[in-house]
Design a protein around this ligand. Structure first.
Ligand code: MN
Length: 202
């Protein structure tokens, strides 16, 4: 499916005359390794948005507590609509009353290595592993490093579908722990949510 079609839900929820979020009509950068981004979104409910580039869109999950460096933590991840690749750069205020109204910062980003294998140990296309409901990958971010898995544990329409985001392998000795979204700073601009809200007029 073309990116234009995959972004229909994303565009349908937004008025690009009002929000400065990207419309997804710019061509993607198309680097070598696929990209990931984790944004903090101070919306109706504070959450993290976890996004992995798959082909020409960012597959997206809303993670209320954010990713944990501790393999013992199972983090709920609720799928949301595919976002355009340029969303990786989005930081600012979505106007009140618009879809997702609230402040967004780019908490972390970088590249990832797809690691998905089948039971026989053969590599599986990453997009296919997501469709099957279990994908593993290694993140190379500024804050997040190491192997993670996304696993679907409940199927259903829209927000009934639910996944878990879990750190694999040994925990980092110097892990940053669970991020406090109000103290966290943007990896792009060094700003907190409050600073972005003040600058962009919330
Ligand atoms: Mn969000």
């Amino acid at each position: 499916m073309a990116a234009q079609d995959r972004l229909r839900t994303y565009r349908g929820r937004r008025d690009f005359e009002r929000t400065r979020e990207p419309s997804g009509r710019e061509p993607g950068a198309g680097g070598d390794a696929p990209r990931f981004v984790v944004q903090i979104h101070d919306a109706r409910r504070m959450h993290f948005d976890f996004r992995l580039q798959v082909d020409d869109v960012l597959k997206s999950w809303s993670v209320p507590k954010g990713p944990s460096p501790d393999p013992g933590d199972k983090r709920l991840a609720v799928p949301t609509e595919d976002h355009p690749l340029e969303y990786e750069d989005f930081e600012g205020v979505v106007p009140k009353g618009e879809y997702g109204g609230g402040t967004v910062i780019v908490w972390d980003r970088g590249t990832y290595e797809p690691l998905s294998h089948d039971r026989a140990g053969r590599p599986v296309e990453f997009a296919e592993s997501l469709e099957r409901g279990h994908a593993t990958f290694r993140l190379h971010g500024t804050k997040l490093h190491g192997e993670y898995a996304l696993t679907r544990f409940r199927s259903g329409a829209d927000e009934e579908e639910a996944w878990l985001l879990i750190r694999k392998g040994p925990a980092h000795a110097n892990g940053h722990g669970t991020p406090d979204p109000r103290r966290a700073r943007s990896v792009r601009t060094g700003r907190t949510l409050a600073q972005v809200a003040a600058a962009d007029g919330g």
